[in-house]
Design a protein around this ligand. Sequence first.
Ligand SMILES: [Zn+2]
Ligand SMILES: [Zn+2]
Length: 587
Amino acid sequence: MAERAQKREEISNEEIARILDEIGDMLDIIGESTFRVRAYHKAASSIRGLTKSVLEVYKEGGVKALETIPGVGSHTAQRIEQLITTGRLPYYDELKQKVPAPLTELMNIPGLGPKKAKKIYDALGIMTIEGLTKALEEHQLEKIPGFGHKTEENILRGIRQFQKMHERILLSDAYPVAREIVELLRQQPFVERANTAGSLRRMKETIGDIDLLSSSNEPSRVMDFFISIPQVAYVLAKGETKSSIVAKNGLQIDLRVVSPEQYGAALQYFTGSKPHNIHLRDIARKRGLKINEYGVFDVATDKRLVGRTEEEVYGILGMDTPRPAIREDKGEIEAAMERRLPRLIELEDIKGDFHVHTKWSDGINDIEDVVQMAINLGYKFIVISDHAEKLYVAGGLTPEEMEEQLQLIAMLNQKYDGIEILSGMETNIDNEGNVDFGPEVLGKLDVVLASIHGGFRQSKDQLTRRMIKAIENPYINIIGHPTGRILGQRPPYEIDLRAVFKAAAGTGTFLELNAYPNRLDLKDDHLREAKEEYGCKFAIDTDAHVVGHMVYMEYGVATAQRGWLTTEDVLNTYEVLEIKKMLRQKR
Ligand SMILES: [Zn+2]
Ligand SMILES: [Zn+2]
């Protein structure tokens, strides 16, 4: 449901085009007429070339307006309407039932396509990438008419490209299972210490591998235990000090076990990043020391000096221990040596959330459910910020509905002690930079967000001017998901971020760090630049569409740490009274 709510808010031309293309491909595979196959591809490519968002076309003129898009007939228009209004397309789902799922994956490999994928499937029964790779190694494909040595080479290159594109995992897909396993390990009497390592410990937005590390004097017991935990789908490899499993969620997880004397050095080493470690090695060398995963050694005597804890490792190099989130060799080593590492923001510093949707627009829960969840999270305030009417595909609020909502919020504020429910709204920045309502409506709200939800294909200039106009609006407090990117789906839109940062800082407008795991927008480097170069301030928001999303605050805080943010930079860490004062200052 949550997925769906998100889709309804945001469905982009690219997403619609991708689905239409896929329908065309599937029709091709099941042997439909070329006419129908081509119709879908034509519609898709026409939509990709549009300068206006399909969503807006639909909003302005309904299904009839969709038919005016070149290449979109009445059938396709209806399918698009269904997709926009419900977030789903049963026809597409039915087709997926008919075509083996891996085969649709196969046909997405660059250089392969539906025709060749189908031929390979028909001739050799292959429908997975693994099967195809094996067949290529055995030169089986050459037996298929029309497949030569050159085709094989092209397909192999395509597979490599495809795998590169798909190898990174969202932090939120990896982190919960990794944490579960670490907790489980820590409970075992034969495990001394355990932790995540690698990019996962550094809380990067997407990660490569899931690496875990533990210390024990009984490594074989640790290995036996690891391969038998309930999270295991199957075991890839079991060794004396390292094993790999595939977890039930399909992700590979590696666990290493080292001796307690070595644990700190190993944790430091396997946490990385590589540039950070290279820099450390340099510093060690200048001090006559050698640093590796086993410890820090005196080069002259080859004697291990330290290795049990990370603090010892950094300490002997003459520095404080930087938080894993900032170990990217972007100044943290210098800061650690000069003992001026910032005290980064922590999850515990967060007193509330500014961006949550409810049933009143495209969210799933009642306002009261949201309030209960906020109380569970220990918050002091919560902002209800549903969409406004212009985004009517997301069920945005009219001024009348807003009045009703304000009354309900006032009533709930009476009912609940210890938490303040603030009234808010996520307005939509239209193509000209205007938002849904004027001062007479917005003035009644505690917090107003404004975000771009369409018209991504405007020129950089137009997009920038549009956003700056919203920033200069005295009633807009927070700019939502400022770059619009969706990890793995949609690149950020073209916008002059520096101009945006400058305008935001100059007007007292907060920039959102959207904590939703496939957004994390602004991202780490942008946060740091906005803070250090422009003095911007930020709001960390989950953009939850179900209360379950509200826990994603953790990923937002991790990203804030990666951007070197402290409590001072983040609106969520202030007392409610101060927040209200800061928000009112702009008006
Ligand atoms: Zn939004
Ligand atoms: Zn939202």
